[in-house]
Design a binder for this molecule. Structure first.
Ligand code: ADP
Ligand code: MG
Ligand code: MG
Length: 474
């Protein structure tokens, strides 16, 4: 490590490692760092700990501070994109010709615009993810991997990690490491509470839109229980429930099972395989309702990777932040190389770059949740098939970030215990609420540090690759 030695290097023998791992796993149970199992994803009778690292990871203070400071900029940017239908239409024009899923989302967006936006309240619970590079003499640079605007997970569990790591360090006799507090649950729930109270109907409830298979339910429950503790009722429903039993009244209020829904919080609905035909009608009904949507369809579209690539074009950030060149340069400084593969010269050049040196790039389709990107020689295989056709516009090409590995030990159910080279990805949560033309909330909302074995190209907690981690600043 250029800037700090890894904590696991102070451990000498394997017996000690085993012992710390046991202590750590029990601590994870005690602090609610939990996940249901793959075999029995809907049973609270069989649980495991959520994957996490044995030790916290060193993060340069300047990197953390920069990412934290940027969060309000990104909140604003997402909010501005959400309101800019002309930009969204242009940015997604090529994708919707080839990506059926994005086309359908866009159709819902268009229909919603036609009928007139039904709620003056918008809320964002977003997360901007970064890796960082360490150069000579401690010079570091922060690079954004992506930002997420729908079903942004991890905030619940991430709030529980500091307690687990603090305990491990104590048992290991390491006293000079300060694990940062992480208050995501309260801040995320606070934003939901704010938007719900602006909706202004005391008797209304909050509805989490969830999936059938609920392996990661505890991450959601932490936020759900926080809302209940503030005396705000929360129900959990699936698309199917809404299609069967949901309706709008004549004032476009959304009802399900006799209850008025003040806010819909999507923890599902971000991938094509999560929809059957009827679900699209349910989505349209919710979008056209007066309920606050977290996110609304515009904010969902703002998080699509193609949009992120379009933002990197010259002049686009200036369009969103006229008269604020500082914000523009703060944001632009964390963009990695992002390239369109649209038909034409620009796309051809990107294609040539990818063929010439695929290891320098990541090929990204418009999908979420980890495990969808394409790397190395596979980039050439995929691109050679679509090179001459419109199909290539379904992807964006991104410069690959190659952070320096740090040694750590990932604890994951059913895997061997070993110290391995790891890569960190720092996610920063942000919350905003807009009421009419007024931004009533715009805040940084805590972090999610995810760490994976450096051999893995792709990440994702639920994809079975990344593990929860805590930063300590160096
Ligand atoms: P998703 O929406 O599926 O999370 P991401 O763009 O975050 O998509 O990519 C998934 C994972 O792939 C990331 O968590 C990261 O580990 C890896 N990854 C993505 N983009 C890059 C990149 N430009 N450089 C290095 N790794 C990347
Ligand atoms: Mg994503
Ligand atoms: Mg991601």
């Amino acid at each position: 490590m250029a800037y700090h030695s890894a904590l696991c290097d102070i451990l000498v023998d394997e017996a000690q490692l085993e012992q710390f791992a046991l202590v750590a796993k029990d601590s994870a149970f005690r602090h609610g760092l939990l996940m249901r199992t793959k075999e029995d994803p809907n049973s609270p009778e069989v649980l495991s700990y959520a994957p996490f690292t044995l030790f916290p990871s060193p993060i340069p203070k300047s990197i953390y501070e920069q990412a934290k400071l940027l969060q309000r900029d990104f909140n604003l940017l997402v909010e501005k994109i959400t309101q800019d239908s002309k930009f969204l239409e242009q940015a997604l024009a090529s994708i919707i010709k080839v990506d059926h899923f994005i086309a359908r989302l866009f159709e819902i967006y268009r229909k919603t615009l036609q009928k007139g936006i039904s709620s003056p309240i918008t809320i964002g619970l977003i997360r901007s993810d970064y890796m960082f590079l360490c150069g000579e003499e401690g010079v570091t640079s922060l690079k954004q991997i992506e930002f997420n605007t729908i079903s942004v997970g991890g905030g619940g569990l991430a709030s529980q990690v500091p307690a687990v790591h603090r305990h491990i360090l104590k048992v290991a006799g390491i006293h000079n490491v300060n694990i940062m507090d992480n208050n995501c649950i309260a801040i995320l729930a606070g934003a939901i509470e704010k938007a719900w109270s602006l909706y202004g109907s005391q008797g209304s409830i909050i509805m989490f839109l969830v999936e059938d298979i609920q392996m990661n339910i505890y991450d959601q429950r932490l936020i759900e229980n926080e809302l209940w503790s503030r005396n705000i009722p929360v129900i959990r429903r699936r698309f199917e429930d809404i299609s069967k039993r949901g309706h709008l009244d004549e004032e476009k209020r959304l009802f399900i099972d006799g209850q008025e829904v003040g806010l819909v919080y999507y923890r599902y609905g971000y991938l094509p395989q999560q929809y059957i035909e009827k679900d699209w009608e349910a989505l349209l009904m919710m979008e056209q309702s007066r309920a606050v949507k977290c996110p609304n369809i515009g904010a969902h579209l703002a998080g699509i990777k193609k949009v992120q690539q379009e933002l990197a074009r010259p002049g686009v950030l200036e369009h969103f932040f006229p008269g604020d060149p500082e914000a523009v340069s703060r944001i632009r400084s964390v963009f990695a190389g992002l390239y369109s593969l649209d038909l034409g010269n620009e796309g051809d050049q990107a294609l040539d770059m990818a063929f010439a040196d695929p290891d320098q790039f990541v090929l990204k389709p418009q999908r979420e949740g980890g495990g969808n990107n394409i790397y190395g020689d596979d980039i050439c295989h995929v691109l050679s098939k679509v090179e001459q056709s419109l199909e290539r516009t379904a992807f964006i090409l991104m410069e690959k970030i190659r952070p320096q590995p740090v040694r750590n030990c990932i604890l994951r159910r059913g895997t061997l215990l070993k110290i391995q080279p790891c890569i960190n990805e720092l996610g920063m949560f942000g919350v905003y609420v807009r009421h009419g033309t007024e931004m009533t909330l715009n805040e940084f909302a805590g972090h999610l540090l995810r760490t994976k074995n450096s051999e893995h190209n792709d990440g994702g907690l639920m994809a079975g690759v990344a593990a929860l981690d805590s930063p300590y600043l160096v």
